[in-house]
Design a protein around this ligand. Structure first.
Ligand code: NDP
Length: 295
């Protein structure tokens, strides 16, 4: 297949591209920067969709960039880098003479209301109570193409764990120094997925013609993981203690109260439809996932 991922140059995109190429697919990225096997967003809107079998969108400004203040301008960038890129791809798909067979968007489990007890599947309600849930709603709405023959799939991802980026890259140094620990109370759920599984689910959605609609991108055991148990397991994988908590006030001070919700609260999410579609997780359990990442 020939595949066109937007934002495919990032943390998840690099792993996905490697997997897709290893399976014999051709990959061209849509990017803000030019280069080999890339087209720009301007080129996409000027010339339309290049001939391809499937389109993916992974573009998005890093929400948890600690160097960016949670200002109105940054919020607008967080929204537009997701919603406008998704709209641009959806518009190009709708206008294509030969539409692709599949159109896959990766969003987030922030769609579901944080709760220490509630468990959510793909059929659970959400999307209308805070900044992140509304962001996911408008992001997913931007992907809708009424009447399109392209099979639409949305993967709502948890925190992506991988060796070369994402949340763990910022945690490794303090944990290696024995200064890691739970965030806030540590009781909040920690929805997670290994990067190989998120790439695997996207690949599964692209290749399997019966897959359509929402899939939760979280490990099957993730509803049983709290932030505190995650910290303990990461410490164990590194052979270091993980007893130094990060106080909630410090997280709010660095990230701002609205954004700190992502770290201080969490959702218990089940990949019910993902499993029903026949996806087999490579890393269903946290200890093996972390061992693979920090080894
Ligand atoms: P990255 O932070 O690595 O960014 C992905 C790509 O988005 C970048 O390589 C870049 O591509 C493009 N991008 C970044 N900022 C902007 C911007 N301001 N405008 C347009 N494009 C931009 O993301 P990940 O790979 O970690 O995540 C991929 C997707 O999955 C994102 O949409 C993210 O929100 C979502 N997600 C990620 C999770 C995680 O834990 N990592 C959890 C849940 C959801 P280029 O430079 O080529 O233009």
């Amino acid at each position: 297949m020939s595949l066109l991922p937007g934002g495919g140059t990032g943390f998840v995109g690099r792993a996905l591209t490697q997997l897709l190429r290893s399976r014999g697919h051709q990959v061209t990225h849509v990017s803000r920067r030019g280069g080999k096997d890339r087209i720009s967003w301007e080129e996409l809107s000027r010339s339309g969709l290049p001939q391809c079998d499937a389109v993916v969108n992974l573009a998005g400004e890093n929400v948890l960039n600690p160097f960016r203040r949670w200002s109105d301008a940054f919020c607008r960038e967080v929204i537009s880098s997701r919603v406008e890129t998704t709209k641009a791809l959806a518009k190009a798909i709708a206008a294509a003479e030969q539409p692709p067979q599949a159109w896959v968007l990766v969003t987030g489990v922030g769609y579901y209301r944080p709760s220490p007890t509630a468990e959510y599947t793909e059929d659970s309600p959400g999307g209308d109570f805070d900044f992140f849930s509304r962001l996911v709603s408008s992001w997913e709405a931007a992907a809708l193409i009424p009447g399109s023959p392209a099979r639409g799939v949305v993967v709502r991802s948890g925190v992506v764990l991988g060796r070369h980026g994402g949340a763990i890259s910022q945690m490794l140094l303090p944990f290696r120094l024995g200064l890691g620990g739970p965030i806030g109370s540590g009781l909040q759920p920690f929805p997670w997925i290994h990067i190989q599984d998120l790439s695997g689910i996207v690949c599964h959605a692209l290749e399997k013609e019966s897959v359509q609609g929402i899939l939760n991108g979280v490990a099957p055991s993730s509803p049983g993981t709290s932030n505190g148990s995650f910290a303990r397991e990461l410490g164990a994988a590194l052979g270091r203690p993980a007893l130094v908590p990060v106080p909630a006030w410090a997280v709010r001070a660095v990230f701002g109260p609205e954004r700190a919700v992502m770290l201080l609260q969490g959702q218990r999410v089940l990949p019910k439809r993902t499993l029903e579609t026949g996806y087999h997780f490579i890393f269903p359990e946290l200890p093996a996932a972390l061992k693979d990442i920090v080894a």
